[in-house]
Design a protein around this ligand. Sequence first.
Ligand SMILES: [Zn+2]
Length: 83
Amino acid sequence: MGEFPMKLDEQQLTGLLLLLAQTEEVELTCDECFARTAEYAEHELTGKTPHEALEKVRQHLAICPDCREEYLGLLNAIRSLVS
Ligand SMILES: [Zn+2]
């Protein structure tokens, strides 16, 4: 009964959306992940500590079999070039 008390005006809504866009939990899309797999592979092969953007690649690879397969293929290709 009565009116819904939490009615957001447009400004509040925009602020909320901005907040959501900035949250750490945003996952990469496959395209974004793929754009960074080469960099990520280089870090892995050279033992460098991944920075934050690459940490998201790692998370995506953990949950996305398609990208993981692409990544492992790339890793093998680089390894065979190096060795
Ligand atoms: Zn993916």
